[in-house]
Design a protein around this ligand. Structure first.
Ligand code: ADP
Ligand code: MG
Length: 260
């Protein structure tokens, strides 16, 4: 029996862009829940609605219909400062292209969200040092993004996403701009943070290698859930899970959705 708490509920979520002939139904009624401490992967072809889904959860997009409940609170009702608080405190966001501010040092990039939410400099510094050690970026803190490798930039961005101790970290193709070595380093770190701190992570990825670190994967096709894989965290290695992910990806690519 699973006794973990539900942290996120997505219920009948739809999102339609545009009007008339320009209408695109990006999400067509997606329903799922995420448990506290899960490392959930979202996979699916380009254009299947993955970013739209993350952006609705992050409140960067307003859904057309359906409900998103985080930590028991329906987020559709948030306005003004409640919305800013939700974005700033409950959600950490990791982007494919890092989105670091070029004229701030790594240290300043990481602590900026805390400064915006009134956390004292001493606490921000202590939290930042702990995260920097964990993410192996302690030596880069006084450098500017242009002086960092892609892998270092993404680990700085990860520290920024984590520093406010958000309820959930949303990551949209976080390894998409990294080489395989840096992808593995990032995934090892995210996995350690997921397991060590019980941090809930929801990660969109194209990459079966990155996805193999997840505890569960939802495969999205044409704005709906097409398949789900659960990893047995006790007995199944990333290499074993990788094989199962690749098999589903082959089915997705071949368009034979009905056989699964
Ligand atoms: N701002 C937008 N305006 C109109 N259509 C959009 C917009 N953003 C995404 N779409 C469309 O919605 C669908 C899903 O897009 P997206 O969520 O970005 O998919 P994914 O992240 O899986 O590649 C695609 O058909 C895309 O073209
Ligand atoms: Mg996308």
């Amino acid at each position: 029996m699973n006794t973990q708490n539900q942290i996120l509920q997505v219920d009948g979520l739809t999102k339609t862009y545009g009007k008339g002939g320009n209408r695109t139904e990006a999400l067509k009624g997606i329903t799922f829940t995420v448990l506290e401490g899960e490392f959930l992967g979202i996979m699916g072809a380009s254009g299947s609605g993955k970013t739209t889904l993350l952006n609705c959860i992050a409140t960067m997009l307003r859904p057309t219909s359906g409900k998103i409940v985080l930590q028991g609170r329906d987020i559709s009702g948030f306005r003004g400062s409640a919305l800013a608080d939700y974005r700033g405190k409950e959600i950490g966001y990791l982007f494919q292209d890092f989105e670091l501010l070029d004229n701030l040092t790594a240290r300043e990039n990481i602590t900026l969200p805390l400064a915006l939410h009134g956390v004292t400099a001493e606490k921000a510094e202590a939290d930042m040092e702990a995260l920097a050690a964990m993410l192996d970026i302690a030596g880069t803190l006084d450098k500017f993004p242009s002086q960092l490798s892609g892998g270092q930039k993404q680990r700085v961005a990860a520290a920024r996403a984590l520093i406010g101790n958000p309820s959930i970290v949303l990551a949209d193709e976080p390894t998409g701009a990294l080489d395989s070595k840096n992808s593995k380093i990032l995934m090892d770190k995210l996995s350690a943070i997921n397991r060590g701190q019980g941090k809930t992570i929801m990660m969109v990825t194209h990459d079966a290698g990155a996805a193999s670190y997840c505890s569960r994967i939802l495969f999205i096709q044409d704005g709906g859930i097409f398949h789900e894989l659960r990893r047995n965290m006790q007995t199944e290695t990333t290499a074993m899970f990788y094989e199962r992910i690749v098999a589903v990806m082959a089915q997705l690519g071949g368009g034979s959705a009905n056989v699964l």
